[in-house]
Design a protein around this ligand. Structure first.
Ligand SMILES: [Zn+2]
Length: 401
């Protein structure tokens, strides 16, 4: 397999980024100090401090100080914002449960399940995440920013009246709706290890939002959806694209999916905005998922997406190794904002060294060479998925396969 790494040369990338910055495109990092007071329960794998940690790293590396970069604060989403997708009765239940008035019947809405426990910040954290992603959408629709990163967003599992997989409120759907309200065509690229069934279902019969997901197969991972045969319905047929991946999928195989399927779809669909869910749970060593990426794969994809020149709204998502997640989000922010060329991560910008004692190279993971056994199990499965997608989806977009 040919790697996209081969196509990316740091000098060229830097030159293009410099040109982009010269045109006045602004990249915004979204952060709210209110996030620092919000917590999931201690025994929940989702650690909200990942976002604080990400900000500490990007700040210490000078990745918020460029003149083309801004850090922007945001407010929690209001009730009417949330009702653009979520049902009033569900929002009432969330508010009541968070205030300590939990009722057994709420379990039918996923509230109080193992993955969606009841705790005081369950509603307010979701409101903040949604507020961030809606602020990102507004910055893009108004033309005030070209690239916006909301690391506190990315809750792609939640349904209109269903909490699922640590997600109570679906900021991705709300952000997409904010774009479609003003007639923008949206391409969602979901790189979380889990399939984002909440986003898929929200737009399953629509063609103004194309949902593309690379994720660990539902055969081995929650939520058990996102197979190749799920391609959308009615006028949305061909506008849902699922690439389920086998256990141990490594960078080159993942990048082959991106190159063979996602790149042609971005070019053919020509979206007005790209929304990326950057869950970091596909990284090797994540305690919940079983893929084997390094953050170089994510960075290569982000770099290539940015090259399209389309406005980009990027969110966080999963990622249950907090240090790896924060370090990788910082790396990706550097790539998307133009502060880092992917072949030359900042090892010690301005004399500031990263604090991690586990890893001495900076933000970028070491390259991992897949084993023969890994290649034998992953390569045929990925090739088969690529072939199916090209056969079933590409004709809907007049792409020759
Ligand atoms: Zn996930």
């Amino acid at each position: 397999m040919r790697s996209l790494h081969d196509n990316v040369r740091s000098e060229e990338a830097l030159k293009r980024k410099c040109e982009r910055m010269a045109t006045g495109d602004i990249a915004v990092f979204l952060y709210s100090h209110e996030l620092e007071d919000e917590r999931y329960p201690d025994d929940c794998p989702l650690k909200t401090e990942r976002v604080l940690r990400t900000r500490e790293i990007v700040s210490s590396l000078g990745l918020l100080s460029d003149s083309r970069v801004e850090e922007v604060n945001f407010a929690p989403a209001g009730r009417s914002d949330l009702e653009a997708f979520h049902l009033p009765a569900y929002l009432d239940a969330l508010e009541a449960a968070a205030a300590g008035h939990h009722r057994l019947e709420y379990l039918e809405m996923g509230i109080g399940s193992k993955d969606c426990p009841v705790f005081p910040d369950m509603y307010s954290y979701g409101q903040l995440a949604c507020g961030g992603t809606l602020t990102a959408a507004d910055l893009i629709t108004s033309g005030d920013a070209h690239i916006v990163f909301n690391p506190s967003g990315g809750f792609h599992h939640a349904g209109p009246a269903m909490a699922s997989g640590f997600c109570y409120l679906n900021d991705i759907v709300l952000g997409c709706l904010r774009f479609t309200e003003v007639g923008m065509k949206v391409l969602v690229l979901d790189l979380d290890a889990h399939h984002g069934e909440g986003v898929q279902e929200a737009f399953y019969d629509r063609n103004d939002v194309i949902y593309i997901s690379l994720h660990e197969s539902g055969r081995t991972l929650f939520p058990g959806t996102g197979f190749e045969r799920e391609i959308g319905a009615d006028s949305g047929r061909g506008y849902t694209v699922n690439m389920p991946l086998p256990v141990d999928t490594y960078d080159d195989a993942y990048l082959e999916c991106f190159q063979q399927v996602v790149m042609p779809l971005i070019a053919a669909y020509a979206p007005d905005v790209i929304v990326m869910e950057l869950g970091m749970d596909a990284l090797s060593g994540d305690p919940l998922a079983h893929l084997a990426l390094t953050n170089n794969a994510y960075a290569t994809i982000v770099d290539n997406v940015v090259e399209f020149g389309t406005p980009l709204l990027a969110t966080g998502g999963g990622g249950y190794h907090p240090d790896n997640t924060a370090r990788s989000w910082a790396f990706l922010w550097g790539v998307m904002s133009g502060g880092v060329a992917i072949d030359h991560p900042p090892l010690a910008l301005g004399g500031v060294f990263l604090e991690s004692t586990e890893w001495h190279g900076g933000l970028q993971d070491r390259t991992q060479v897949p084993t023969v056994k890994q290649r034998r199990s992953v390569e045929p499965a990925v090739a088969n998925t690529i072939e199916r997608i090209r056969r079933d989806i590409f004709p809907c977009h007049s792409i020759s396969s």
